[in-house]
Design a protein around this ligand. Structure first.
Ligand code: ADP
Ligand code: MG
Length: 252
């Protein structure tokens, strides 16, 4: 399998020249193969969103190297990065990132509107139906619930048909029915070869992936692999590690 993401010693420092400097990502190296389904877990503030933002080219890093699908991110322009995010890199944001001046449908089709393409209606309605948001497509984001907005953000990323999809706690606001529906969608995309990198707090959801990385204080502290384990066994390992290590650290 080809390596779709190669990251070496990525480091991100916030407030670099201030007294409240924070090393949010501390020399993280990670390799992601095409077709992988990876989950990132860790307590709040451990650097999950920052890592996802860097790996998806949304955010810069201070040092290290990053290659995505052969593109050397150190050496490409902002314009080229934006092109990658429009085409091969998909992102489901933790805070949805929907525009309040556009309807849900126009938000979902935003990229094709900007690029004057015609959105693929059949795929669009298929996705809207599967995510149970067909009936809100003419509403504005502020008229929708958190869960509906989350599903709209998911639909926008799915419509783009990216090669690699980053998702930041995409089930955070979903009820169990919509969580199952989303996981079915993600598993089916992954079976079609789309690489998925997802942040989650939910051990059950993480057990659908192949590898779980735990991060703490901006470092990868553990990698759990599914290997030939069945979901149940992998789930037990994740819960066990989460409990033993992460829970112990929650108090600090
Ligand atoms: P997580 O997603 O795991 O909850 P984040 O990646 O959002 O964590 O944040 C990691 C750390 O970096 C936290 O301490 C957070 O307060 C800090 N941080 C995140 N974004 C910024 C920013 N733009 N400026 C300064 N500090 C930030
Ligand atoms: Mg976060």
């Amino acid at each position: 399998m080809d390596r779709i993401v190669i990251a070496n010693d990525l480091t991100k420092i916030f407030n670099k020249y201030k007294t409240n400097q924070l090393i949010a990502i501390n020399k993280i190296s990670i390799e992601i193969k095409e077709g992988d389904f990876i989950c990132i877990m860790g307590k709040s503030g451990s650097g999950k969103t920052t890592l996802l933002n860097i790996l998806s080219t949304i955010d810069d890093y201070d040092s290290g190297n990053l290659k995505i699908l052969g593109y050397d991110i150190n050496n490409i322009s902002e314009k080229e990065k934006a092109k990658l995010r429009e085409t091969i890199i998909g992102y489901i944001f933790q805070d949805y990132n929907l525009l309040d001046s556009l309807t849900i449908e126009d938000n979902i089709c935003f990229s094709s509107i900007v690029n004057k393409d015609v959105a693929d209606r059949k795929s669009l309605y298929d996705i809207l139906k599967k995510l149970h948001i067909m009936d809100i497509r003419d509403k504005y984001p502020y008229e929708c619930s958190g869960g509906q907005r989350q599903r709209a953000a998911i639909a926008r990323a799915l419509l783009q048909k990216p090669k690699i999809l980053f998702a930041d706690e995409p089930t955070g606001n979903l009820d169990s029915k919509n969580t199952i529906q989303l996981m079915k969608q993600l598993i089916s995309l992954n079976k079609k070869g789309i690489t998925i990198v997802m942040v989650t707090h939910d051990c059950k959801i993480a057990s659908y992936s192949n590898n779980v990385y735990f991060i703490n204080d901006g470092k990868i502290v553990k990698k759990l692999e599914k290997n030939n384990n069945v979901n149940n066994e992998f789930y037990k390992n994740i819960v066990d590690y989460n409990f033993r290590y992460m829970e112990a650290n929650y108090e600090k």
